[in-house]
Write a protein that binds this ligand. Structure first.
Ligand code: LUZ
Ligand code: MOS
Length: 752
């Protein structure tokens, strides 16, 4: 089935926030963000801004009727600064004017005086100062300390990954419309409509039942709108509520880049020990997460780093500790992979360091240590592993022997160009790590003409979830997808939604649609059974026809619906799903947090230009474990997109804050993301089809986040190419591998 949005996307008819027609009399907002990263506000002078013609009002924290608080996990994040600012761009005031241009002009006329305080941007320094967001967490399996005694090879080191700008094509924004009895309708570009509703209720001091959040679709989210869409919606809601006028705020790109958090950068210390057979026996790691100025989702991101600290490998003795460090940067947040990629990069660096030191290929170590079914993760869950299946299938169908020979031959013939190859196995746990979040609901109506309308808690952000929801209903009812319309995501139709995140949106909401449709179907079968004087089990619907004991009857789907209406059965249903079997005990750091894991292997080859340091990615060859894919076109798109986004993070995307906590890479002229010229020249994708009853809707596996981590392979392929040119290169384990870094690595034997 094609993506149901493909036609409107192609014609430019798909509706995003800025396509919603605004009402006459609507006002426009703009946030004034702190010009300093840390300090005490001594004076805030709004008079010049207020004097501008067209400025309606400027809101500060003092105007908030309820709580000045939008912290999701920990209440440590004011909507607007009170007497202190904690990062450059931290909202201080919200200007509302008759046009967007006037609001922007007024922001420039706000005067502030701040007594500066010390600015910390380095997570290790924050840790040293005792500035942690939450107490550290430690996952422990076996006894790593003693296990090192029996290891032949022991290496220690540092590995670092930088942040990543989400760069959703549609920036953050919202449009709030007041209505009678202190109620509000908000259009928000959010992955978490319920988060918007809940925080707006707290800020306005009104119950959640008065706040309708409606989302048609997003122009991308990638985690950046899981939590951080909230503040913009609440600003609009606050102004609309107090002014009794509709208020819209849609951020421009520079505002968005400056004021929102990004992927958490990490710096980590590791120690790894292997026996004489290159089996990893012990692994100790300390992760220092750069959380930014407030918690946001960082504690949950931190937890997923620990869950994925051993990636796709079995390590019998692990001690992994993670620190969430408070710095004076915008609060960092969810980003596709949610801390998992940051954890995996460290063990891949550790393995690469061992391999480079022993003069062997990292893949020898990787392959020997892949998880097998029955192995225990450091958090107590037992693996049902497809790691070996993916690795072996990739080696076989992509003919790794020939590939290696070609690369060796190329490197021996060429002095100024070198090729490198890497394997990147992945293992990613599917479920929200906070067990209670693994629930979803769907509302299904069948109308008397036989057409169907479904609403779920899923937010469409380009990932194709709406298409999958339509597929579920069409399959259960056995009717054409054309008979099914999916509605906007709306907190009045589906309540208490988890954000569309954790790769689990189709899994969870798909099951809820399935449950709702099955319940309606059962009632319809009973109606037909009465008519045909048989049992409901003898009735089947196939291609909009009613079958009795496998014989086609004259009755159509539409006739049956008509009959059901006359018999006064309910043609509507609200389905509820909660993933079974999940538990996790944080006091022991043990349990069964994931419904299942997604596995895969990527083989990456690159060519570097050893004069200029630039490079091309020749190919990425992937075997990905899909379970039973529901939609191979959509799933292929997720793999390609995730891979390229991961490559961007690992290679060219370089976020730069200066010592004052000012974002220097604040536009697309200074922050480079992959374009069509920098993507791999070929991407080969093979489906590993697996069957298991514990998988998600229609035995599929989640596909949103796992492929991002294939991009890590590009970093290590580039390292291998550098080492082919200069075996003594002292290049450190620090991503991204920009062309500048490659060039330094080619010619320096000291750590660069
Ligand atoms: N969001 C979240 C996520 O709240 N919990 C998670 O476990 C998660 N995992 C991946 C992406 N977003
Ligand atoms: Mo996400 S990082 O699944 O919002």
């Amino acid at each position: 089935m094609k993506n149901i949005d493909s036609f409107t996307h192609t014609r430019g008819e798909s509706v995003y926030l800025d396509d919603i027609p605004v009402l006459v009399g609507s006002l426009y907002g703009a946030v004034y963000g702190s010009p300093l990263a840390h300090g005490k506000i001594t004076k805030l002078d709004l008079s010049e801004a207020l004097a501008l013609e067209g400025v309606v009002r400027i809101f500060t924290y003092q105007d908030i009727p309820g709580k000045n608080q939008i912290g999701g996990i920990i209440p440590d994040e004011p909507l607007m600064a009170e007497d202190e600012v904690h990062f450059n761009g931290m909202p201080v005031a919200f200007v509302v004017a008759s046009t967007k241009e006037i609001a922007d002009a007024a922001v420039k006329k706000i005067n502030i005086e701040i007594d500066p305080l010390p600015i910390v941007t380095d997570p290790r320094l924050a840790k040293k100062n005792g500035s942690l967001i939450v107490p550290p967490r430690t996952f422990k399996l076996g006894d790593s300390e003693n296990a090192f005694a029996s290891c032949k090879h022991i290496y220690e080191g540092i590995a670092e990954t930088n942040g990543q700008e989400h760069l959703y094509i549609e920036t953050q924004g919202a449009y709030a419309i007041p209505s009678e009895n202190n109620s509000i309708k908000v259009y928000s570009s959010t992955q978490g409509p319920t988060a918007v509703q809940r925080h707006m209720a707290d800020v306005l001091a009104i119950p959640m039942h008065r706040i309708e959040v409606d989302v048609t679709r997003l122009g991308g989210g990638f985690g950046g709108k899981e939590d951080q869409a909230t503040s913009w919606a609440v600003f609009c809601g606050l102004a609309a509520f107090l002014l009794k006028k509709p208020v819209k705020y849609s951020l421009n790109r520079m505002e968005d880049m400056r004021m929102t958090g990004k992927r958490n950068p990490y710096t980590s210390d590791y120690k790894i020990g292997l026996d004489e057979n290159l089996k990893i026996k012990a692994y100790e790691v300390s992760f220092y997460q750069n959380a930014g100025a407030s918690a946001d989702l960082s504690p949950a991101v931190l937890e997923r780093t620990l869950f994925h600290s051993t990636n796709s490998y079995f390590v019998p003795n692990v001690t992994a500790t993670a620190y969430s460090c408070r710095t004076n940067l915008p609060p960092n947040t969810a980003f596709r992979g949610f801390g998992g990629p940051q954890g995996m990069f460290v063990i891949e660096s550790a393995i690469a360091k061992v391999a480079e030191s022993l003069g062997i290929d990292a893949s020898v170590i990787q392959e020997k240590n892949l998880l097998v079914t029955g192995d225990e993760f450091s958090y107590g869950q037992i693996a049902e592993s497809e790691a070996g299946a993916c690795w072996n299938k990739a080696s076989a169908i992509f003919d790794i022997e020939t590939l290696r020979k070609e690369i060796t031959a190329f490197n021996s013939k060429n002095d100024l160009f070198k090729k490198g190859l890497s394997f990147m196995p992945i293992c990613f746990g599917i479920s929200f790590t906070k067990t209670p979040m693994n629930q979803a609901r769907a509302l299904v109506h069948v109308y008397t003409d036989g057409s169907v309308n479904i609403s779920t808690g899923a937010v469409e952000m380009g990932q194709g979830v709406n298409t999958k929801m339509v597929q579920v209903a069409a399959t259960i009812f056995s009717i054409s997808p054309d008979q099914i319309k999916i509605s906007t995501t709306n907190t009045f139709r589906v309540a208490n939604t988890s954000p569309s995140a954790a790769s689990a949106t189709a899994d969870l909401n798909g099951k809820a649609v399935q449950i709702a449709c099955n319940n309606i179907l059962q009632r319809l079968k009973e109606v037909a059974a009465t008519k045909f004087n048989c049992s409901a089990d003898d009735i089947k619907i196939e291609n909009e026809k009613v079958f009795v004991n496998n014989q086609s009857s004259e009755m159509t789907w539409k006739d049956l619906i008509g009959e059901g209406y006359l018999k006064r059965i309910s043609l509507s249903e609200h389905g509820h799903y909660a993933t079974p079997g999940l538990h996790f005990d944080q006091s022991k750091e043990k349990g069964h947090p994931f419904a299942y894991h997604v596995y895969g292997t990527a083989i990456t080859t690159v060519t570097i230009d050893c004069v200029r340091g630039i490079y091309e990615i020749d190919s990425v060859k992937i075997v990905n474990d899909f379970g039973t894919s529901m939609n191979t076109i959509i799933d292929r798109g997720q793999i390609e997109g995730g891979l390229v986004q991961g490559i961007g993070w690992m290679t060219m995307e370089e976020i730069v804050y200066d010592a004052e906590g000012r974002l220097r890479s604040n536009a697309l002229s200074t922050y480079k993301v992959p374009d069509i010229y920098s993507v791999p020249k070929t991407i080969d994708l093979e489906f590993l089809n697996t069957q298991n009853d514990n998988l998600a809707i229609f035995k599929s596996k989640a596909v949103g986040e796992p492929p991002l981590m294939y991009g890590i392979g590009t970093y290590f392929a580039l390292r291998n190419a550098i080492k082919a040119f200069n075996p003594n290169s002292g290049i450190g384990y620090s991503a991204p591998m920009t062309p500048e870094k490659v060039l330094l690595g080619l010619y320096h034997s000291k750590n660069v």
